[in-house]
Write a protein that binds this ligand. Structure first.
Ligand code: SF4
Ligand code: SF4
Length: 496
């Protein structure tokens, strides 16, 4: 445990008293020159950083109309102020969404509006100073780009997009974030966030196949690079070994096995995560997405299915076609791309899986909606399907399920506090404090219904919760993959 105090969960959530500057010290490690260069950025703060940053800001507000509208349209109504988990958990007023936006807005006004150029004090416009850059680095890395604030803003102002733009400007002047940029570099070099080369990946999958054989007595395969497969599964690399992710991977394998679907993983595109989105870089996001296209073409896959990963599903659902399409070589009978929950849900609806719900009777479940899935994507063909389908699956494989309070789930879900490129130990304080609202909601269903486990469909949420649950008196194994539950309930063998 680290040297900061874990916030106390209150019986009724309260808007905290503010404490100015208490999180000013929180800054992630800066990326080394080598990793900056791999992504096309300067290796350290450049000499003419001021002019380059302003030029980049002008470039971004010219290119992305939404960004300009967001910076122009805030009326300071205050509706977003108490909606960010990082403000609620840290009490730092610069973690209020409107204040976070203002870090960029005041510079934008100074350089790109008439009033800001000639009457800066009147409109709260300021120059871009080194101190402002420091604040950007600190507070734009205390935003998980979860978009909860935008749900409550009457103008729909999306702080996530402003954070992405700020990080892109920081990268452009040579001040990138170590964690995100190193991870992207590893995908370019090896194919996944972990830097796991093909022989090590095959070895890991062999071990998991043995575990599946021991558990079930059945030869459930985890194929790699098999041409002519119907499904190419793109899954977060954490699924290959991390807890509780790996049980989810074995759950997918059981689903494919029982449904008789020929599937494969790819060693070249062995990563669903796309950290290009976190750093706001379209170019890097596209370069990462193109690996998936290349793998699908080379393997002759007919469907691309994404495993349990929140932001990866956002990139896939919202942007994959633009980034790496057209996907006219895939089977048009299926969504492009498809989420593994959609696939499993469809099989359950059609009675294609043999399930024994009692296998999960030792668990009482709740479900954490991952922010990117809930607020930036959809599943199925009905609005809100991204909330309904995972719950339908859980109810089909478990007898005991209770939702957390309504204002903490669905579209209003609280982020796990590890998303948006913050899942690194150098940001542990903000991760723990930002988890406070979710921990409070979990505590409520634990006390009212005896909930033992919280299920999730996001690799980042799973890693984050396994780390922060103990800070709040829970145990790390209380977070579980939805497909772990499915895998435990599937009765393997011939369908009766
Ligand atoms: S996007 Fe999420 S993390 Fe960022 S300011 Fe809004 S509520 Fe906070
Ligand atoms: S809710 Fe929207 S308009 Fe109101 S203060 Fe926040 S960002 Fe500005």
């Amino acid at each position: 445990m680290a040297d900061f105090e874990t916030p106390v969960i209150q019986e009724y959530p309260v808007v905290p008293r503010i404490h100015e500057g208490v999180m000013k010290h929180s800054k992630p490690y800066v990326a080394k020159a080598k990793f900056q260069a791999e992504l096309g950025y300067p290796g350290e703060l450049i000499e003419n950083w001021h002019d380059v940053a302003i030029e980049k800001l002008g470039d971004l507000v010219g290119k992305y109309r939404s960004l300009r509208v967001f910076l122009d349209s805030c009326v300071k109504c205050g509706a977003c102020t108490d909606k960010c988990h990082y403000f609620l958990g840290t009490t730092d007023p610069k973690n209020m969404p409107v204040a976070r936006q203002d870090l960029m807005r005041k510079v934008y006004r100074r350089h790109f509006t008439f009033a800001g150029k000639y009457f800066p004090k009147l409109v709260g416009a300021t120059d871009l100073t080194k101190e402002v850059i420091d604040d950007w680095y600190s507070y734009f890395h205390q935003c998980s780009q979860c978009r909860r604030c935008s749900v409550y803003c009457p103008y729909g102002i999306d702080t996530a997009e402003i954070s992405m733009a700020a990080r892109e400007i920081l990268d452009t002047i040579g001040v990138g974030q170590k964690y995100c940029n190193e991870v992207i570099g590893k995908v370019y070099e090896v194919g996944n966030n972990l830097g796991l080369p093909k022989p090590a990946l095959r070895n890991t999958l062999d071990g998991l196949e043995e575990d599946l054989k021991d558990d079930t007595g059945v030869d459930v395969r985890l194929p790699l690079d098999e041409p002519g497969s119907d499904v190419l599964l793109i899954t977060p690399s954490a699924d290959f070994f991390a807890e509780p992710h790996v049980d989810g991977l074995m759950g997918y394998a059981k689903v494919f096995h029982q449904a008789g679907i020929r599937w494969t993983l790819s060693s070249y595109a062995s990563e669903a995560a796309n950290f290009g989105m976190f750093i706001g870089s379209y170019e890097n996001m596209q370069k990462l997405a193109l690996r998936i296209r290349k793998a699908a073409l080379e393997l002759g896959a007919k469907r691309i299915v994404f495993g349990e990963c929140g932001h990866a599903w956002r990139v896939a659902y919202s942007f994959l076609n633009t980034l790496a399409g057209p996907f006219d070589f895939l089977d048009p009978r299926y969504p492009v791309p498809q989420h593994v929950c959609e696939l499993t849900h469809d099989l359950i609806q059609r009675g294609a899986l043999t399930l024994d719900k009692s296998a999960n009777d030792h668990r009482i479940l709740t479900f954490h909606d991952s922010c990117n899935v809930a607020r930036a994507t959809r599943m199925g063909n009905k609005p809100g399907g991204q909330m309904v389908i995972p719950r339908d699956i859980i109810r089909a494989v478990c007898n005991h399920f209770y939702d957390m309070p309504a204002d903490t789930i669905g579209e209003a879900t609280f982020c796990c506090a590890g998303g948006g490129g913050l899942l690194t130990d150098d940001l542990m304080e903000v991760r723990v404090k930002g988890a406070l609202p979710r921990m409070g909601a979990l505590k409520q269903v634990v006390e009212e219904h005896g909930v033992t486990h919280m299920a999730a469909i996001c690799a980042i949420c799973k890693t984050q919760f396994s780390k922060v649950l103990p800070y709040y008196g829970f145990t790390m194994d209380q977070i579980i993959s939805v497909h772990h539950l499915v895998g435990d309930a599937i009765v393997l063998g011939d369908k009766q």
